[in-house]
Design a protein around this ligand. Structure first.
Ligand SMILES: [Zn+2]
Ligand SMILES: [Zn+2]
Length: 111
């Protein structure tokens, strides 16, 4: 085995790091919460085989997104459990920004 050396201080690389999603533990699926039981079948991402939703912490929250099982690291260097704040940026457009890792996405609510 050769020696591998990385410069761990490279800020740029650090911000690109990902870790295992803390919400689904990398499985990309989460159990249906009690409160959603009644509506689950009409929610995008519901899978009736496994009775789970796609994880909305690692991909299912994005428009056309699918869960990946990994998330960006937050400012403490831990895989982020996103805390989004929403902001209306257009007539039908809402932008969500995570206060922990800076992740940002937009949802078009359509007409
Ligand atoms: Zn997840
Ligand atoms: Zn985040």
């Amino acid at each position: 085995m050769g020696e591998l050396r990385y410069n761990k201080d490279t800020k740029k690389e650090r911000t690109m790091e990902h870790g295992t999603c803390p919400v689904c533990n990398g499985t990309t699926r989460v159990p249906v919460p009690e409160s959603m039981e009644r509506y689950k079948t009409v929610i995008a991402g519901y899978d009736k085989e496994t009775d789970t939703f796609g994880c909305t912490n690692c991909g299912a929250q994005y428009m056309y997104g699918s869960p990946k099982g990994t998330v960006r690291l937050n400012k403490d260097g831990q895989p982020c459990k996103h805390k989004y704040t929403s902001q209306t940026v257009g007539r039908c457009l809402t932008e969500y920004t995570c206060s922990e890792c800076g992740d940002r996405y937009q949802i078009d609510s359509g007409d």
